[in-house]
Design a protein around this ligand. Structure first.
Ligand code: GLN
Length: 274
């Protein structure tokens, strides 16, 4: 019961939270883009209007996108490639900070953004979204034996999040709005950095999407995921507002890949049903 109430509360809050945080991610993202992983070579590819579909992502979000050696693999990487194949285009992935993805798409450095990205009202002001291809749930990772047993116990605790994600937006909001206050939240560029901070005791918990949470817990001893969900979300592909033609093409290709079971096949390859 409590779980459902919490979920409903969180869902209700989503609109207000995103409205309240309007623009925040975009201003800071511009600053962090240039100096980090975004490379000039991929930028020119997207700009030159050649036959390459460029996808901006943040490749530390297993099983949606992560490195296997030098290669970025995962659900988004494969669905993106399948879309490019369907459109008869070459495919390229650029790895940038999560917060920089929308700015990269807006500026044309990348044609689309795909990063387990949740559709929010606030992001919809800056980019268009395709239909949804997956759902995510915000969960809480704690060390084994932690005194944190439910969402309510997060009050006054040090919370680690990935900067600019929905987990960040929910948690950083004021208590009146269902958050825990910005002063209790530490933001990291990558989910993996937040988990490292948890392992070294710098934060008491990490709020992040369920599938990456499972991957982090599987890869690191001594961590567990609380049995309480924070909010349920839809993942979709973002494309620049002024690129409706591409949105239409990508959305149609994605629709066909969902319809013919390709997307499910890719998901099943990376996520084994419990
Ligand atoms: N789904 C979350 C969001 O869109 C997190 C995505 C991510 O960290 N790659 O904010």
């Amino acid at each position: 019961m409590k779980k459902i109430a919490m979920l409903l509360a969180a869902l209700l809050l989503m609109t207000t939270v995103f409205a309240a945080c309007g623009g925040k991610e975009d201003t800071s993202s511009a600053a962090s883009t240039a100096s980090t992983a975004s490379t000039e070579s991929t930028a020119s590819t997207a700009d030159s209007g050649d036959n390459t579909l460029t996808m901006a992502t943040n490749a530390f979000f297993e099983p949606y996108e992560y490195y296997e050696g030098d290669e970025i693999v995962g659900i988004d990487a494969e669905v993106g490639k399948a879309i490019a194949d369907k459109l008869g285009m070459d495919f390229e992935i650029s790895d940038v900070d999560f917060e920089a993805i929308i700015a990269n798409v807006q500026s044309g450095k990348a044609d689309m953004g795909m990063a387990g990205m949740t559709v929010t009202e606030d992001r919809k002001k800056n980019v268009n979204f395709s239909q949804s291809y997956a759902t995510g749930i915000q969960v809480v990772i704690v060390p084994e034996g932690s005194e944190i047993a439910s969402i309510d116990d997060l009050e006054g605790k040090k919370i680690g999040v990935q900067q600019g994600t929905t987990g960040d937006l929910y948690c950083s909001d004021t208590p009146e709005n269902g958050g825990f206050g910005e002063e209790n939240v530490t933001r990291y560029n990558k989910g993996s950095d937040a988990v490292m901070a948890l392992l070294s005791g710098k934060v008491d918990c990490v709020v992040i999407d369920n599938e990456p949470a499972k991957a982090f817990v599987a890869a690191n001893e001594g961590l567990v995921i609380l049995d309480t969900a924070y909010a349920e979300e839809e993942y979709a592909i973002c494309i620049a507002k002024d690129n409706e033609e591409l949105l239409e093409k990508v959305d149609k290709a994605l629709g066909e890949l969902i319809e013919d079971g390709t997307v499910q096949k890719i998901v099943d390859k990376y996520i084994t049903a419990e």
